[in-house]
Design a protein around this ligand. Structure first.
Ligand code: COA
Length: 260
């Protein structure tokens, strides 16, 4: 039974968890209470054996997440900023030990955009909008925006978006490689679940190790990355999933993976 939250909704069924940021009155802005709940949700879900994929989305039909709570930002000082509240949350999302999908249903601004950037896969409704407006508040996108955005869309586009605060619509976001699919709004969660269902047919241990290896690729030089990849592959080669996956192929039947 998933725990009950004030500012999040959590649904877990058939190996797919859907975590919804649920503060529609303030466009799902991330205040400290929500960040704390988010960490707790990730902790609980990471321990959930049956879980294969985590989908993140926002409540209501206009906004994914409108960033950090600007009232709180206004009150925060240098020491608070050094605590890296959203930096740590989005790092936890990026490190989450299963594939994650951001289902971006509307505005993903500031920290909302950074949250989506920390997910493994981003898909968008036709109504989605992406932007990093922080410079307009006299601050920078300080929870991964200056680091993850250029790795995904390239330096020139990232600098353009961060310096100008321009907002991308879903079609442009797809063209920039920021999202991998755009669907009608009423199809968004269904589309996210279809992708999740495909992932669930893959070897779960292999999915976890592929994620570790891919995350390393963004951080280390090629030789170190290839070493991580080889070690991850070696773990796969010692697994029951590898025996099952290869045997199922040869026996022309679907694999029944156990994640061991
Ligand atoms: N933090 C705190 N409150 C926020 C918020 C945020 N990031 N984003 C929206 N809200 C609040 C508004 O202050 C408003 O509160 P009120 O009803 O008490 O006046 C309420 O949410 C609705 O916002 P509103 O701007 O009227 O909604 P909208 O649908 O017209 O516009 C957005 C939606 C997301 C485009 C707009 O709210 C916005 O630009 N938000 C700020 C985005 C931002 O700069 N994020 C970076 C933060 S680092």
């Amino acid at each position: 039974m998933p725990p009950a939250f004030q500012n999040l909704k959590l649904d877990l069924a058939g190996g797919i968890a859907t975590l919804t940021v649920n503060r529609p009155d303030v466009r799902n802005a991330l205040d400290l209470a929500t960040v704390k709940e988010f960490h707790e949700a990730l902790r609980v879900l990471a321990e959930e054996e049956s879980l294969g994929v985590l989908i993140l989305t926002g409540a209501g039909d206009t906004t994914f997440v409108a960033g950090a709570d600007i009232r709180e930002i206004r009150a925060r000082n240098v020491k608070d900023a050094l605590a890296g509240i959203n930096t740590h949350l989005f790092a936890a999302v990026e490190r989450f030990p299963r594939p994650t999908i951001a289902a971006v249903n509307g505005y993903a601004l500031g920290g909302g955009c950074e949250l989506a950037l920390a997910c493994d896969i981003r898909i968008a409704s036709e109504k989605a909008k992406f932007g990093l407006p922080e410079l307009g508040l006299g601050i920078i996108p300080g929870a991964g925006g200056t680091q993850r955005l250029p790795r995904i869309v390239g330096w020139g586009r990232a600098k353009h978006l961060i310096f100008t605060g321009e907002v991308l619509d879903a079609a442009k976001a797809e063209q920039f490689g920021l999202v991998s699919r755009v669907v009608p709004p009423d199809r968004l969660l269904e589309a996210a679940r279809e992708i999740a269902s495909k992932i669930l047919t893959r070897g779960p241990l292999a999915a976890r190790l592929a994620k570790l290896s891919l995350n390393a690729a963004a951080r280390v030089d090629l030789d170190s990355g290839l070493l991580v990849e080889m070690l991850a592959q070696s773990v796969c080669f010692g697994s029951e999933d590898k025996v099952e996956g290869t045997t199922a192929f040869l026996e022309k039947r679907p694999a029944k993976f156990t994640g061991k």
